[in-house]
Design a protein around this ligand. Structure first.
Ligand code: 3H9
Length: 706
């Protein structure tokens, strides 16, 4: 381990440097090496103090999640317990100071808190992000953190997993000194001051915790618990984190640690943890594109143009200007342009009211947008995003114009959500520069960017698109060119089943509430109302001719659209809305319409169970996902999961639709799909890949196109 933990001397001080790039995770051997260094410091009279510091970009970003993954899947624990190592640091007879730069996360922060002193460099951040992988801090973080920053902040940090800035952490009392200069030199100076003062190596465990019964604390924790329950969407670790922190206010350090250990072990052995670790690595895996290696040249993007100032175009413009990239925004007419700019300004004003940005920032961002009704300035654009009405001929016309008004090296991206990117690319005459950038509404908020690769899209255009997603703070997922790409193609059967369940006897509210109880951010029908029912209707109409004979139609949705009920924007859809309101209420006329459609189609209504609602909707996602995978339109099953988590509100504690099907067992999923095929017809035909994997006991996540 000598190469990953380096020991050096600064006269009377032992410096322990962690060298495990890129994030100095506490991989096997590292806790052991720190342990040995601390033991040697206790035994060697020439060592009067110890400093622990990270090499490279950061301090320590926590336990090695790959190792936790093995434990979560049942492997035996090996090596020393981190909790014991931290105890020995705290009990070390000479003072131990940690020098923090970059991030101190999870086990990294726990290690820092077990040290006697903490010195932090400018720009550092700290956090207990364990809940993001379905666990709670497991090396006494829930007991030491409240002793340093108080019960309220500790509970909030452990329940949310959020990163805390240097300023906030320093104000809360986490650091003994914040330094600007060379971190090691400053920490040595700090340590020598402590030694000169006759240091007695103060232990965090000996500090008093604010009494849980002190005024307001119980109430604040109860409020945090409520908020956590509302936000965690089925995940249990966040509330357990509060339980563990809260107990620090009533019991001894040792008893608190014992509770933390029990809760940590139960989290580690949970579906939630396995799913969320899958998500953690899945989010990093999406960036890896076999034929577009990391070193692929990216094109510089310093000026963007957006065509179309509607809801999508406006949101895309905001996403760019929020990231500091100026945008030329084009609309056909002056009125539409003014309207678009006005909508953007209003959205920013709402953010000001909510305290998210300042009025100065609004002016700054609005100044980054220049409006135009012709293609003025497009010669300067490095990237154009087209966000006009969803129609192939219109988009082809725009792309042929873009080819005229931009430089040959400009990337031309289409925000189409369903159309053939190759047909659009062809009209530009330079298909290698064309790509799909499918944003999700609201485009400045939603994290997903589906990046659609055309037949001829160049590798550097793909690499640049992936880099742009990162600059915008989004998760870019590369997908292939097929109808609806990955997300919307799977969303079709999902919505179809939600609607068919209505005709068969389930109510709108029942379907939605069942899916929300599963953890979806919104029910499918409420999503339809939000997105606009006319969107799906227009697409369905475009493909009616290609549907198989006798296929069951989405009659209720079609009738609603024929009546002009497009959802929130028209005040009625599956629900009824107050003018401008977003909270739908029951609409009896919709119930009548559903009954009428069911009668006309000769459908016998029956009692529908929550299980059937979940199976019909979730298995339809996995079945379509299997087709997409075998056709090569997604690189791996985890990419599909990442799309559903970031663009469609799928709960991360369930890992995504493909992971969820894996967990249930593909043979079980296939069995039910066959039942549905027998009952409801060919739209439920099982995907060949699903049949193949189920028959050989394999999983989507283990599958590779080879
Ligand atoms: C914990 O500590 C439990 C404790 O309570 C103790 C219990 C006993 N392990 O994200 P990036 C890899 S739980 C293993 O692209 P960035 C990552 O997979 C842990 N690997 O960089 C990627 O690999 P690759 C609590 C890790 O700059 C590479 O590093 N800690 C770990 O955008 C670069 O990562 C956390 O949850 C890890 N802990 O962001 C922190 N972390 O290149 C998790 C990263 O092969 N990490 N990798 O794809 C993060 O949040 C971000 O990685 C970080 C850097 C903010 C640090």
């Amino acid at each position: 381990m000598a190469e990953r933990v380096q020991l050096t001397r600064e006269e009377e001080i032992l410096v322990v440097t962690i060298m495990n790039p890129p994030v100095n995770a506490l991989s096997p051997g590292i806790p052991e090496a720190i342990d040995a260094a601390i033991a040697s410091a206790g035994e060697d009279p020439s060592i009067r103090a110890v400093i622990i510091i990270g090499h490279g970009a950061t301090f320590i970003c926590g336990a090695d999640i790959k190792e936790l993954q093995k434990l979560a899947h049942g492997e035996e624990r090996a090596g020393v317990s981190l909790r014991d190592v931290l105890d020995r640091i705290e009990l070390c007879p000479v003072p131990v100071t940690c020098a923090i730069h970059g991030s101190a996360l999870g086990g990294g922060l726990e290690l820092a808190m077990a040290c006697h002193y903490r010195v932090a460099a400018a720009g550092s951040q700290v956090g207990q992000p364990e809940v993001k992988i379905g666990i709670i801090p497991g090396a006494a973080g829930t007991q030491r953190l409240p002793r340093l920053v108080g019960l309220r902040l500790a509970a909030e940090m452990c329940a949310s997993g959020r990163m805390v800035t240097l300023k906030e952490a320093a104000e809360a009392g986490l650091f003994d000194r914040v330094v600007e200069g060379d971190l090691l030199e400053e920490t040595i100076a700090f340590t020598r001051e402590r030694l000169a003062d006759g240091d007695d190596a103060p232990r965090t465990r000996d500090r008093a915790v604010p009494d849980l019964n002190a005024p307001g604390i119980k109430e604040d924790l109860a409020r945090l618990r409520d908020k956590t329950r509302r936000r965690s969407r089925g995940a249990v670790a966040p509330e357990m984190a509060i339980d563990a922190v809260e107990v620090a206010g009533t019991t001894s350090f040792e008893e608190g640690c014992a509770l933390e250990e029990r809760l940590f072990e139960s989290c580690l052995n949970s579906d939630e943890c396995r799913a969320m670790i899958h998500v953690f690595f899945g989010e990093r895996q999406v960036r890896k594109i076999p034929d577009v290696p990391r070193e692929t040249e990216t094109l510089p993007i310093s000026q963007v143009a957006v065509v179309g100032a509607g809801t999508m175009g406006g949101g895309i413009t905001m996403a760019y200007v929020d990231a500091g990239i100026p945008v030329i925004l084009k609309e056909a007419g002056q009125d539409e342009l003014e309207k678009g700019l006005d909508r953007i300004r209003k959205n920013y004003e709402v953010s000001v009211q909510r305290g998210r940005i300042t009025p100065d920032q609004v002016s700054e961002r609005m100044n980054r947008i220049s409006g135009t009704t012709d293609y003025e300035g497009f010669q300067e654009a490095d990237l154009v995003v087209e966000a006009v009405f969803e129609g192939l001929e219109l988009k082809r016309k725009v792309f042929s114009e873009l080819a005229e008004v931009t430089r040959p090296g400009t990337i031309l991206a289409s925000n189409t959500s369903t159309l053939d990117i190759d047909a659009i690319a062809e009209s530009s005459g330079r298909p290698e520069m064309v790509i799909g950038h499918h944003f999700f509404s609201p485009a400045n908020v939603m994290r997903l960017l589906e990046i659609v690769r055309g037949r001829e899209t160049s590798r550097s255009v793909i690499a640049t698109s992936m880099a742009i997603a990162k600059r915008l703070g989004k998760v870019g997922v590369l997908v292939g060119n097929c109808r609806g790409f990955v997300g919307n193609r799977m969303f079709g059967p999902y919505m179809r089943e939600a609607q068919f369940l209505l005709e068969e006897g389930a109510s709108v509210e029942f379907v939605d509430s069942t899916m929300v109880a599963f953890g979806m951010a919104m029910g499918p029908l409420a999503v339809g109302d939000l997105a606009g029912l006319d969107v799906g209707w227009r697409i369905r109409k475009e493909f009616w001719d290609t549907e198989p004979e006798g296929a069951r139609r989405q009659t209720v949705a079609d009738r609603l659209c024929e009546m002009g009920c497009f959802g929130q924007k028209t005040g009625s859809g599956w629900y009824r809305y107050e003018k401008g309101g977003r909270n739908g209420v029951h609409d009896p006329t919709v119930t009548q319409l559903i009954d009428q459609c069911a009668r006309e189609a000769g459908i016998q209504t029956r009692d529908i169970s929550p299980e059937e609602v979940m199976e019909r909707t979730l298995y339809s996602l996995a079945n379509e996902g299997a087709r997409i995978l075998s056709e090569g339109h997604a690189m791996r099953a985890s990419d599909i999961d990442i799309i559903y988590l970031n663009g469609y509100g799928f709960p991360s504690c369930q890992g995504g639709p493909m992971w969820y099907a894996d967990r249930l067992g593909l043979d079980r999923v296939l069995g039910r799909i066959k039942d549905f095929e027998a009952a409801h017809g060919s739209s439920w035909a099982p995907a060949p890949l699903l049949e193949e994997l189920a028959s050989t006991g394999q999983t989507f996540s283990g599958w590779s196109s080879g």
